[in-house]
Every structure is written in C-alpha cells, then in structure tokens.
Design a protein around this ligand. Structure first.
Ligand code: 2DT
Length: 212
C-alpha cells in the first residue's frame, strides 16, 4: 500500500490584479502537472456556473446593482458552495490550481472601503491554501496589457486600491513572483514552487482552515 492515509492533493491559489497573468499561468501549471501524471484540476472563483455565480456574473457585467456588502457575501457563498467538493477532491489526491480565492474577496471589497475584518469573517472555516502565489505587477503596467474588458473593477484607479489591499493582506507565507517578466520566466518560477508544494502534500500535511 503506497498511499499513506494522510496523503492528499495540494490547494494552490493564484492571486493578483486583473491582467497579471493568473489565468494563463493556471492553465500552464495544469498542463505541467498533468504532464507529470499528477491528478490535478484547474478551478476559478467566482465560479459563474452556479446560481450564486450567475448573480455575481451579472453584477460584474453591470447588468445588476447590489450593495457592496451583499455582493461580498455572494462571493463568499460561492466559495462555501464549493467547499465540500474541494475537500473531497483534495483528500482523494487531486491537486487544485485555483484562480482567485478568499484573498480576492477581501482585497476587492476592502478596496471599496469595507472594513477588512468584516470582509474576512465570512471566509473563516473555508479551506486554507497550501500555497498562495502572488503575481505581482504594478497597476499601470497591467493596464497597458491589451486593455481591460468592460467588467466592473477593470479600471486603473480601482486596481490601484486593490493593489494596496493585497499589500495589507499578504503575509510571509505568500510566494511573490514578478509578473512583469515574460510568461515563460514566470512559469518557470511557479513550476518549482508548485511542485514543491505538491510533494509536501503528497507526503501528508494537515489540511487547515482560514484564517491560519
Ligand atoms: P475574474 O475576472 O478573475 O473572473 O474575476 N472578485 C473575485 C471579487 O470581488 N471577490 C471575490 O471573492 C472574487 C473571487 C475580482 C472577476 C472579478 O471579481 C472580483 C475580479
């Protein structure tokens, strides 16, 4: 029996401003780990496929208006509705590469002026990532990259505030990569960090909860 009971997949989160390259790097990391025959899935939040996700999606498209607290709680609910599936995937050995998580929730809502502790509260008890990868890019540089889409939040002035919120949220456990570098260079750095984390979780590492 080569499976220790506590062997599991890794919960790996990518965070960063819009246009920092999270989505490109998520798919590259997925291919990389698949190539090494790891069981791996790529997830993203918001997950727009659920009922809650559809409400979020129409808010982001400016097709509906919601109070800042309300939308914050919907983003959080959207993670809670995936929590048990997330845990069972991880325990069955599947690594999850997640494009945005609770940190986006707190960074974006607190950038609007909501109290940061209030923003963190509904995230308490969600699974804590094993690794947070922060794709670091100055808001001005991100804005130069082929333009934002038309969604709410995709404006330089607001992204500056989000960058500031991320700075407050970041702790020593986060791994920061210079996302202004060419995609291949960023990927190379991320591969190493991710593989390291996957190996640690395979050997058995306690699955913990936010915020810890
Ligand atoms: P994408 O462009 O990555 O789909 O994100 N957001 C995201 C929040 O405000 N709170 C959250 O909890 C999450 C996960 C960031 C859509 C936008 O939604 C924002 C950008």
């Amino acid at each position: 029996n080569n499976h220790k009971s506590d062997s599991r997949g890794a919960l790996i989160v990518l965070e960063g401003l819009d246009r920092s390259g999270k989505t490109s790097q998520s798919s590259r990391l997925l291919s990389y780990l698949e190539g090494l025959s790891h069981s791996v899935e790529s997830w993203r939040f918001p997950d727009r496929n659920t009922g809650v996700g559809q409400m979020i999606s129409s808010y982001l498209a400016n097709e509906s208006q919601l109070d800042d607290h309300t939308i914050h709680l919907l983003f959080s609910a959207n993670r809670w509705e995936k929590r048990s599936l997330m845990e069972s995937k991880l325990r069955s050995g599947t690594t999850l590469i997640v494009d945005r998580y609770s940190f986006s929730g707190v960074a974006f809502s607190s950038a609007k002026g909501l109290d940061i502790e209030w923003c963190k509260a509904p995230e308490i008890g969600l699974l804590a990532p094993d690794l947070v990868l922060y794709l670091d890019i100055p808001p001005e540089k991100a804005a130069e990259r082929g333009g934002y889409g038309g969604e709410r939040y995709e404006q330089l002035e607001f992204q500056r505030k989000v960058a500031h919120s991320y700075q407050i949220l970041r702790d020593a456990s986060w791994k920061t990569v210079d996302a202004g570098l060419p995609l291949d260079d960023v990927e190379k750095q991320l591969r190493e960090m991710v593989l390291d984390c996957v190996t640690t979780c395979q050997k058995g590492k306690v699955l913990s909860k936010l915020w810890s």
